[in-house]
Design a protein around this ligand. Structure first.
Ligand SMILES: [Zn+2]
Length: 250
């Protein structure tokens, strides 16, 4: 049995990009560890701890993951401005890549990880923290000598089609999602059918209460998703995609 470490930028990313794969790996007897770079907070950590990390732990439990860790960085935000750091920690986008990779590599060594899941070179849709996950993940795998690095993505052409439809239906504003990101379908190396784990993935998504109960359009979309019958949810979100890092086979 293998140990899979999934490295993510923010609480909730573990669900949409890799939730089905992680649920399937856990169900098949592998050890599953989720590591998030940021706590999903732009400001200082409140006295009770970051609420989104508690939601992440509930989500991980729904997926059957065995361990959850946080590298200690703040969210960098997705707007045009990278705000100054909050007083208590560094924004991930501003973190020293080598130092962040050493933190992750220590975990990879401790877990004797066989597989690291990271993000593709575009950081999927291009959030600066997701691009950073790509670089930090690759470097950490190199430092810890992890043999397999699979980078979570989606077929870029299909994503662009969905975005065009969403804009036509006025579900998204034009500036919200750029075109041409993720990875071209022809470059994707692993397609994982996770439809059997739709119920677990849906429960994990529902565990992110601050997203489900949020005010934005993304929250409105998530509220629809968590209420769908599980088989319909599986049709929409029951496939996950990865691109093998070129390190593989070296
Ligand atoms: Zn994210």
């Amino acid at each position: 049995m293998a140990t899979v470490v999934a490295f993510h930028a923010h609480p909730d990313d573990e669900v949409l990009l890799t939730g089905g794969t992680l649920a399937r790996a856990a169900a098949e007897g592998h050890r599953v560890v989720i590591v998030t770079a940021t706590d999903g907070l732009m400001g200082p950590v409140p006295p009770g701890g970051a609420p989104r990390l508690a939601e992440l732990r509930a989500s991980a439990a729904a997926l059957g993951a065995h361990r959850v860790e946080h590298l200690g960085y703040a969210d960098s935000g997705h707007g045009p401005l990278l705000y100054p750091d909050p007083p208590d920690r560094t924004r991930f986008a501003r973190a020293d890549t080598e130092e962040a990779a050493r933190r992750l590599a220590a975990l990879l060594r401790e877990e004797d990880a066989d597989v690291l899941l990271g993000y593709d070179a575009n950081g999927g849709y291009g959030h600066r923290d997701h691009v950073k996950v790509h670089h930090v993940g690759r470097r950490a795998a190199e430092l810890a000598g992890v043999g397999r690095v699979l980078e979570a993505t989606a077929p870029g052409e299909a994503v662009a089609r969905v975005m065009r439809t969403a804009r036509a239906l006025r579900l998204l504003r034009h500036h919200e999602e750029p075109d041409g990101l993720y990875t071209p379908g022809a470059a994707i190396t692993h397609r994982v059918d996770t439809r059997r784990f739709a119920r677990r993935k849906q429960a994990a998504l529902a565990a992110h209460r601050s997203v489900v109960d949020g005010n934005g359009r993304a929250s409105a979309v998530v509220r629809v998703l968590v209420r769908l019958p599980a088989p319909v949810f599986g049709l929409l979100l029951g496939r996950e995609w990865f691109v093998a890092s070129p390190r593989e086979g070296r």
